[in-house]
Design a protein around this ligand. Structure first.
Ligand SMILES: [Zn+2]
Length: 379
């Protein structure tokens, strides 16, 4: 296998104008306004994995960091891939809510804050409905980066309290989730936008979930991966990770990626089924799945394209189905937050229609802890 020095260095690439920017530029979007993605050389430390600690940093060569940079770490170990019996067959649950702040967002926050400290960013802004804010506040505290987190006034109190504990400056914004983003963007004009949505380094962290799944399945790609999808930070991470393995010549195919939305706020599912070139305008209703209640995800075209390339699907489940899944899976000892239970609700419906003896390997991402929304669940 070729080494990293055989390839051009990583760069930032604009989705709109295709411009390239140096990987160490302290920018979060292209000067044209476009979204940025990291372009990494297709290298993977295949021969060194067995000697390395069980954390996401074992995939270090796949991350856009200088070799000498010290990781900002809070002990983000590899999360379990738990085999369980459901619908008369085996499925695997990726227990990503066991990361330090209780959600998969720690993957993105760890890598993004490591990169920000590396390039000398000392203060930044983020907006979040909860889990990303907590993850970024925690890793910013560990990195010594001063962070302002904008949250919608409707965010679950337990999530807001967690952000406050990490010492971030908390700004509560009344009204829609989109108004929260607008307020954060206004401050970001004088600061740096450490957004889990816009910032390309965040997505580099979430791709490590795909590497772990591949390793934990005995270095195999599953047939199906199911994840909740709102802004797409996990879905795109999974896609980028599995595509990285494919490009590195380690695997031969992508898994089918299933993105699950809440029926009360499902613009991606609407875009998927209508095959339109614009994101359908939707009126977001109240939902128990607060983490994926995103009416206008900026990376929507990228999400739809990734799911299409994987031969997957974007779909939605009702709050009623989410509540049923919460109840039935909690009664088996698997308790997650409602947003994460959307993927379990899809699984339950899929198992009811599928041949239970199917040999396909199915992985469901459990993205957030029940402890974050216990008040909401108990109501
Ligand atoms: Zn551009």
């Amino acid at each position: 296998m070729r080494s990293i020095t055989d390839y051009p260095p990583p760069t930032l690439r604009c989705q709109s104008c295709n411009a390239q920017h140096a990987i160490d530029s302290p920018i979060w979007r292209c000067p044209c306004g476009g979204l940025l993605d990291v372009e990494m050389p297709p290298v993977f430390p295949l021969d060194q994995l067995t000697e390395r600690p069980a954390s996401l940093w074992r995939y270090r060569e796949t991350l856009p960091l200088r070799p000498t940079t010290q990781a900002v770490s809070l002990g983000e170990s590899m999360t379990p891939l738990l085999p369980v019996s459901a619908g008369g067959r085996q499925v695997f649950l990726k227990i990503d809510h066991l990361l330090p702040t209780g959600s998969f967002k720690d993957r993105g926050a760890a890598v993004m804050l490591t990169k920000l400290r590396e390039v000398g960013v000392t203060s930044a802004v983020e907006d979040s409905s909860g889990n990303a804010g907590a993850a970024i506040a925690a890793y910013a505290a560990a990195a010594g980066v001063s962070m302002s987190i904008y949250v919608p006034a409707s965010a679950p109190p337990a999530k807001v309290a967690q952000i406050r504990m990490y010492g971030a400056r908390l700004v509560s914004v009344p009204g829609s989730r989109e108004l929260t983003t607008a307020a954060a963007l206004a401050e970001a004009q004088q600061s740096y936008y450490a957004s889990h949505v816009w910032n390309p380094f965040f997505l580099e962290g979430t791709k490590t979930a795909a590497f772990e799944i591949w390793e934990q399945l005995g270095r195999k790609v599953p047939a199906l991966v199911v994840t909740p999808v709102g802004h797409g930070t996990m879905l795109l991470g999974l896609f980028n990770g599995f595509r990285h393995l494919l490009r590195a010549g380690i695997t031969a195919r992508l898994p089918q990626i299933i993105g699950v939305q809440t029926a009360n706020c499902a613009p991606l599912a609407a875009a998927w089924s209508s095959k339109q070139q614009t994101l359908p305008e939707i009126v977001a209703g109240d939902t128990i799945a607060d983490g994926i209640a995103i009416a206008r995800p900026p990376r929507w075209q990228q999400i739809v394209a990734a799911v299409a390339e994987s031969s997957g699907q974007i779909t939605s489940v009702t709050d009623e189905a989410i509540r049923r899944a919460l109840g039935s899976w909690s009664a088996r000892g698997i308790a997650v937050e409602p947003t994460a239970a959307s993927a379990l609700a899809f699984l339950d419906q899929w198992l009811a229609t599928k041949n239970a003896s199917s040999a396909e390997t199915v992985v469901v991402l459990l993205t957030g802890s029940a402890l974050k929304t216990s008040a909401k669940i108990s109501n």
